[in-house]
Design a protein around this ligand. Structure first.
Ligand code: SAM
Length: 198
């Protein structure tokens, strides 16, 4: 699933996602005071925009130029509050310790030897900052010829890797409150929320 794959996915449809923020983001982050957020794999930008409208300064990163163009076009009222950046986060790490919130929703975070990509995303959280990582629940995922869900991290893989400098505040699987994405059977989300203590 490289840049071409994702860009084609977006180009094949006028709009892929609903334009609404992910409900897990809204549930978990509404009460958090605004700071600087990193939206990992921001897609068409609904989460980044929701955060910006609540006072967050947002860095929104995606590998797809098409997704980012759509996101920026929807964000004209939020100029200066969101930085849209094209990058492959598996090879270009975000700046360490820079974000009060690292928000990762339905991002295909592929396992790497030594957990390098994962650790770089975790390192981006500032001391006192929050990690919010949401995936489709494991039970909803099926292996296909092209894709093996076991190649990607789930929240319950990550929690044991966090160590003593983190406090896990949510580790849960919950029913989705919105319909599954078109063409899928996803009924549940799995969520990890953790605070970096130092
Ligand atoms: C399933 S979509 C989720 C989009 C958005 N977070 C949401 O919940 O609506 C995954 C997103 O991650 C982006 N992506 C996939 N691999 C990436 C990578 N290595 N670096 C940056 N973005 C990536 C894709 O282009 C896509 O927009």
């Amino acid at each position: 699933m490289d840049a071409q794959h994702w860009d084609e996915m977006y180009r094949n449809r006028e709009q892929v996602f609903s334009g609404n923020p992910n409900p897990v983001l809204v549930t978990e982050i509404t009460d958090l005071p605004p700071g600087h957020a990193l939206d990992v794999g921001c897609g068409e930008g609904a989460d980044a925009l929701w955060l910006a409208r609540r006072g967050w300064q947002v860095t929104a990163v995606d590998i797809s130029a098409t997704a980012l163009q759509r996101a920026a076009a929807a964000a004209t009222d939020m100029q200066g509050r969101v930085t849209w950046a094209r990058a492959d986060l598996s090879t270009t790490p975000p700046p360490p310790g820079a974000f009060d919130l690292v928000s990762i929703h339905y991002f295909p975070l592929r396992r790497r030897p030594g957990h390098t990509t994962l650790h770089r995303l975790l390192d981006a959280v500032a001391p006192g900052g929050t990690l919010l990582f949401t995936t489709h629940a494991r039970a909803d995922l099926t292996r296909t010829e092209d894709l093996d869900p076991a190649d990607y991290y789930q929240p319950d893989d990550i929690a044991p890797l966090l160590g003593p400098t983190w406090n896990v505040t949510v580790a849960a699987t919950r029913p989705r409150t919105t319909p599954p994405p078109a063409g899928t059977h996803h009924t549940h989300d799995t969520i990890l929320r953790a605070v970096r203590l130092s």
